[in-house]
Design a protein around this ligand. Structure first.
Ligand code: ASP
Length: 342
């Protein structure tokens, strides 16, 4: 148990600790009739490569979005998979979901000691009458399905970050720390205590024109025990409507949940907005709701429509997403509500 517990609060941020120089291309919507895959943050490049092994060989978007994010779940990563930062009591708890082109969906949350929560989410979708399993029930289901129960030990980086965090025991997310942690110019060892926030969200369109999506995270670092963000919640962290498009989110989950973020973006695309316009509309809604507190939070959406057009929008600059089509791969800097970081 943690002695120095303080109630988690979202404290005001200082200035952004410097955007990294990145080899990103200017933001622009991409048009492709598929296959195409997009995913959040710089880590999305590697995840997209995993997805492309499926998509590039004529596989389904569903298989691609599972395989793709498994790459990130397996990597040494502050904020996705078992190497992620723990909650404030020192335990890594994972959230993930997956959704296909026929409104089938599955989700796990507060899952401990299982390496690939996205695959457990897929089993929930395919093998149970339910959409969501949480906590010990989700773990029990995973083990019954043959997923190994891994050690609960923290990764060396997470242990270091947690030990550092315990000195102050306060919750201070650093905007865009994701790219600091994983970007092409990321330092090998991050300053401790900064791994607070991250998610890999992926949406794909396959050669048959079907959409699917996935989302997986260890959530906010040092969160209250039992806290869930948007990532395992269908409609918030991820939504797919095969007639319209698909969207996934990253950032402060509480503020994605309160606007049913990914579902709202898809509804905007249904009204005729492009993916970028749709993402922007819901980001602006969050900005209005949060008022001055919006300075302290990052939220970003990425979306793909039925035509294979991709787009994104963030609250703050510094968010990038990865895209892969038959023409190649690249990172794109997302446009944002604030043009400069304060
Ligand atoms: N959305 C995730 C959560 O709130 C974290 C993140 O993407 O930064 O758990």
């Amino acid at each position: 148990m943690v002695n120095r517990r303080k109630f988690i609060r979202t404290a005001s941020l200082g200035s952004l600790a410097g955007l990294l120089a990145k080899d990103v291309l200017a933001a622009e919507a991409s048009v492709s009739n598929g296959p195409v895959v997009i995913s959040t943050w710089d880590a999305g490049l590697a995840a997209n490569r995993g997805a492309w092994e499926v998509l590039g060989n004529g596989g389904t978007a569903l298989d691609a979005v599972e395989k793709g994010v498994m790459v990130t779940e397996s990597s040494i990563n502050c904020c996705v998979g078992l190497g992620g930062n723990p909650d404030r009591d020192g335990f890594v708890t994972l959230d993930a979901c997956i959704m296909d082109h026929q409104f089938n969906c599955g989700s796990v949350a507060f899952l401990e000691r299982i390496k690939h929560p996205v695959s457990v989410a897929r089993r929930v979708m395919e093998k149970t009458p339910h959409v969501m399993l949480v906590g010990s029930g989700a773990q029990q289901f995973a083990v019954a399905e043959g997923f190994p129960l891994e050690s609960g030990a923290l990764s060396p980086d997470a242990q270091k970050a947690y030990t550092e965090w315990l000195k102050k025991a306060e919750y201070k997310p650093v905007i865009n720390v994701e790219n600091k942690a994983h970007g092409p110019f990321a330092p090998a060892i991050m300053p401790t205590g900064e791994f607070n926030h991250d998610t890999i969200g992926m949406v794909a369109l396959d050669a048959k024109g079907n959409l699917s999506g996935s989302c997986t995270t260890s959530g906010m670092g040092f969160k209250m025990r039992g806290r869930l963000g948007d990532s395992p919640i269908i409609g918030a962290g991820l939504y797919v409507d095969n007639e319209v498009g698909a969207c996934t989110a990253t950032g402060q989950g509480e503020d994605v949940i309160r606007v049913a973020g990914s579902s709202a973006v898809v509804e905007m695309m249904r009204q005729g907005l492009t993916p970028e316009q749709a993402c922007k509309k819901i980001i602006e809604r969050i900005v209005r709701i949060k008022k001055e507190k919006v300075k302290d939070i990052q939220v970003a959406f990425i979306a793909l429509d039925k035509k294979g057009r991709a787009g994104s929008y963030a609250i703050h600059p510094g968010f990038s997403y990865a895209i892969r089509t038959t023409k190649g791969e690249r990172l794109i800097n997302a446009p944002s509500h604030f043009k400069k970081t304060s």
